[in-house]
Design a protein. Structure first.
Length: 168
């Protein structure tokens, strides 16, 4: 089972792909989609969309997991983040991949055990869970991998509880 995790952002969107085989997690790929800083918002959103479409086409993930929009400092930032999240969801839907959404606190609790964990703690645990000794990915990629791992953990829990969740 390949899972695509996405940490949306209008300037930098993180992505991470993991595989679960017989309960073992492994890293497939991780990185960032950096948009052109001076470009208009529609151009930046297009860059996110088309790059995610390429990634989905290349790796054919079975599921996607995306972080929900958190409370931004100002309404303009929240709007931009929501737009980036929307094009990420649209790219997944175009690729016919079910989309699951997770709150940032749930992702952190799933990975670290604490919903208010710091990014460094999350990055450390992501590397440990994926058995990567010296990760060279950016923070946004680490966050995306955390969302993917959270999804796998959530699906394991639901299977153990006798529930099956097909759609996000």
């Amino acid at each position: 089972m390949i899972v695509l995790g996405i940490d949306p952002g209008s300037r930098v969107t993180g992505f991470g792909l993991i595989c679960e085989i017989s309960g073992q997690l492994s890293l497939i790929d991780a990185g960032t989609i950096r948009t052109t800083p001076d470009a208009a918002m529609d151009v930046r959103l297009g860059q996110i969309f088309f790059r995610l479409v390429e990634i989905i086409s290349q790796y054919q993930p079975a599921y996607s997991a995306i972080e929900n929009v958190f409370q931004a400092r100002n309404p303009a930032s929240a709007l931009k983040l929501g737009q980036a999240r929307g094009v990420a969801i649209a790219a997944c839907v175009q690729g016919r991949i079910p989309v699951f959404s997770y709150e940032p606190t749930m992702v952190k609790k799933s990975i670290v055990g604490v919903g208010r964990a710091e990014k460094k703690q999350v990055a450390f645990m992501v590397a440990r869970l994926l058995e990567v000794s010296k990760p060279d990915w950016a923070e946004d990629a680490s966050d995306a991998l955390a969302v993917a791992i959270c999804h796998v953990n959530q699906q394991r829990f639901l299977r153990l509880a006798g529930q099956n969740r097909v759609h996000g």
